[in-house]
Design a protein around this ligand. Sequence first.
Ligand SMILES: [Fe+2]
Length: 396
Amino acid sequence: MKVSWVTSGSTGISRVDYGRTPGLYDRYAEGTSESYSFLLYKSGQVHNVLLGPLEASTLYYYKCGGGGPEYSFKTPPPVGAEIPITFAIAGDLGQTEWTSATLNHIQQADYDVLILPGDLSYADYYQPLWDSFGQLVEPLASSRPWMVTQGNHEIERIPLLIDPFRAYNMRWSMPYKESGSDSNLYYSFEVSGSHILMLGSYAKFDRGSNQYKWLLADLAKVNRTATPWLIAVIHAPWYSSNSKHQGDGEQMRKSMELILKEANVDLVFAGHVHAYERTAKIFDWKADDCGVYHMTIGDGGNREGLARERGGYTLQIGTPEQDTDCCTEPTGPLPPRESQPAHCSYKRRKQMASGPSLRKWVKSELVCLVVPETGMENTVVESRPVDVDVLMGTSI
Ligand SMILES: [Fe+2]
């Protein structure tokens, strides 16, 4: 597990003291820190410290920078086909009241790992919003691994002045080297019976690209006995019936879809479109028993609101009977794997308080969290200056 946090100015040491008993830190680890500039903005020191080896499925208590408040995290389950796991998956979070509602709901779930398919802070060049986003997600991100991939709102490129993803790469350093990747924008990781491909919708993905070559090499290493579940995460969906962002993922689909199909990928999760949608098994815009299920879960609560415009775009997935599987409601079961029963729970905001989740069979237990229509106004959480230490979170 890696712990990441920001300290104001150049203060603080990159050290984490930790242990399995509250207040008793019998181990420590040291790491590194860096800062970055973005026009007139100068970030605090971003610290990254790798802990371990750690016991799986174990609660650890820790402090950052040689002091400060005590935090705790639970390590994920070990790799193994029969070991249950719960993922929380929510895209396009932003920092609004809706975001807070989504985070509150996730916090109530007994999940192991959070997966975020891009569009995190919606800082959109205004760097203090990265700091306030860190403060907003700290209670959750400090307690479970948060595994992210990038969205278009992370690009923040200024030609000739600032390279793309400067803040994202600095603040959300993922374990890409461990999976043989050469970029923080695409990588893979394994927990329980799952191999997760965190793909980069905004990194090069053509057949001559490093991401493409890495994906082929990574898939060749997957052991479907140990990790029978193979899941891909992207930002811009390859399939959507929503009028918003039509075609944004099409070039990536054309480049990489056949690889995923031939690797027998089970599910693709995407964000970007602020709505929920699940396809039937699909390949090249047609229903295909050898294809892949695609789920869009981009309605995590950001300031842009929901993508409401459907119609005019119909997924061509075969017969009318099959078309009913292309749904914007969480109905209809996905067939279970023979040896790996699992659920996918789709949470509507109106049901968050007390209503039962709608469950359908998938594989390992997956929890998809969404925030559909409620009538609630989106309110951007005000940015706060970073004058105190900010813990951003943990990752595997
Ligand atoms: Fe997006």
